[in-house]
Design a protein around this ligand. Structure first.
Ligand code: HEM
Length: 421
């Protein structure tokens, strides 16, 4: 079927395809199993989303949509929807970080922060961050991978993301001492795990975002571990770090610490998830072979991988005031759940030559005022992973894999790849 017609395929046919995709051993089947392992309700919700035409009310959950245009309209509606009220992620953070979150995360302070941090991750700065944070480690991985050694890309992704966090935030790092048997990657794995721990605070809070005091206390301790050093480094941090750049862009110390926490939460698990899943998709779909013969599609492959994996599979909001959308009246206090994974997967499977889909645009990064701030960085990171995997012009195989269980962001726990002999 020509790609342009693909999205226009009759709704029933597309629904059946999504159900069929859950079987077998192809790329889509692995993606379905990965989602199910992370959160068993996810595939059910995704499947249900196809009937939300374009909006459907689900008891105990709220309004769901998997229609890209409706999703974008909702995410752009800051007048009626917020992420700050009870039931939203902002409410969660306010208990941990303080009431100033209400201003900085969604209030007037947010607009100001976003305006000033617009230039934080451009294509140029992102490429430079990747080089600085990953350069030598990526080279070492490449050398052994190309020599035929097996590579656990899920583990490497967590290490690389840990390195990125440390570089961005200018954290002091003591690399593991090899002479005492320590793995030099361990401190980075630990940083990743700390970010994961912080994000896990949000697990199980879809319906109720009131945190028990013990959870608030442990989350505050994690935030302090990750951002405590910023008090000292803020006045002098190099402009190449996010802290230095924030200072130069005129952000206050508190804004910088708030933004750093956001980066940790929003940009660690999502990025690591996308990296290993991109490798799996390239292999499972067979598209790696087409990419090897048509390397000009590298950036398209990155875009397709982001679309098909959609590592943030749902985005939640709360209704602040009654309003009407697509003929439905949404009432104050109700919840809205945008099913990004379903919306992005309805057009079809991973294809490196799939043309740009204007209706989906980059919905995997959200839309509107909270559109992902790290999009260019995520793309640069994925580009580097594609180069690592296929840069020598030879295909690879997946030796073994394990899906992450009960995790907030669906991801591989292990994905061992190896060059084909
Ligand atoms: C594949 C990787 C990534 C995906 C799929 C992704 C996805 C998203 C999505 C969907 C949102 C919007 C959430 C909402 O509307 O509630 C978001 C926000 C955000 N992302 Fe990303 N993200 C990724 C990587 C990153 C990276 C690498 C960074 C930076 C280090 C980052 C920083 C942020 C920040 C700061 C926000 C909050 C923006 C705001 O509230 O104004 N993200 N991301």
């Amino acid at each position: 079927m020509p790609v342009a017609e693909d999205f226009q395929a009759p709704v029933r046919e597309r629904r059946l395809r999504l159900v069929r995709d859950g079987w077998g051993t192809g790329a889509a089947a692995h993606e379905h199993r990965l989602l199910r392992a992370a959160r068993p309700a996810l595939p059910v919700l995704n499947w249900l989303g196809q009937f939300a035409n374009p909006l459907m009310r689900v008891p105990k959950l709220g309004w769901i949509t998997a229609d890209p245009l409706t999703a974008r309209a909702l995410l752009n509606d800051a007048e009626h929807l917020t992420l700050l009220s009870e039931g939203g992620v902002g409410h969660l953070w306010a208990q941990i970080l303080g009431d100033w979150v209400y201003d900085l995360f969604d209030g007037p302070g947010h607009h100001d922060l976003r305006t000033r941090s617009r230039e934080l991750f451009t294509e140029r700065t992102s490429a430079a961050f990747v080089q600085r944070a990953w350069g030598d480690r990526l080279e070492a991985a490449r050398a052994s991978f190309e020599a035929g050694e097996p590579l656990d890309l899920a583990d490497l992704s967590r290490v690389l993301v840990g390195r990125m966090v440390m570089t961005l935030l200018g954290m002091p790092v003591a690399p593991g001492d090899e002479s005492t048997g320590e793995d030099p990657d361990d401190p980075y794995r630990e940083i990743f795990a700390t970010g994961e721990e912080l994000a896990a605070t949000a697990l199980g809070t879809t319906a109720d975002t009131m945190l028990p005091p013990a959870k608030v206390e442990s989350a505050r301790a994690i935030v302090e571990r990750l951002t405590g050093h910023i008090d000292q480094v803020f006045p002098t941090a190099h402009p190449d770090t996010v802290i230095g750049r924030c200072r130069e862009l005129g952000l206050t110390l508190r804004e910088t610490k708030g933004l750093s926490t956001l980066l940790m939460v929003a940009g660690t698990e999502t990025a690591a998830s996308a990296m290993a899943r991109t490798a799996a998709l390239l292999h499972d779909s067979g598209e790696q072979h087409r990419l090897l013969t048509a390397p000009e599609h590298r950036d398209d492959a990155v875009r397709e991988a982001l679309r098909v994996t959609s590592p943030a599979p749902i985005i939640g909001r709360s209704v602040m005031a009654d309003f009407t959308m697509a003929g439905r009246t949404l009432r104050a206090g109700e919840r809205v759940v945008v099913l990004t994974w379903t919306a992005n997967n309805l057009p079809g499977g991973f294809r490196i030559d799939r043309p740009y889909l204007p209706q989906n645009r980059q919905l995997w990064f959200g839309a509107g005022r909270h559109l992902c701030l790290g999009g260019p960085l995520a793309r640069a990171e994925l580009g580097a992973i594609v180069d690592l995997l296929l840069g020598d012009g030879r295909p690879f195989r997946v030796v073994s894999r394990r899906y992450g269980r009960k995790v907030l962001i669906p991801a591989y726990a292990e994905l061992v790849v190896q060059k084909q002999p």
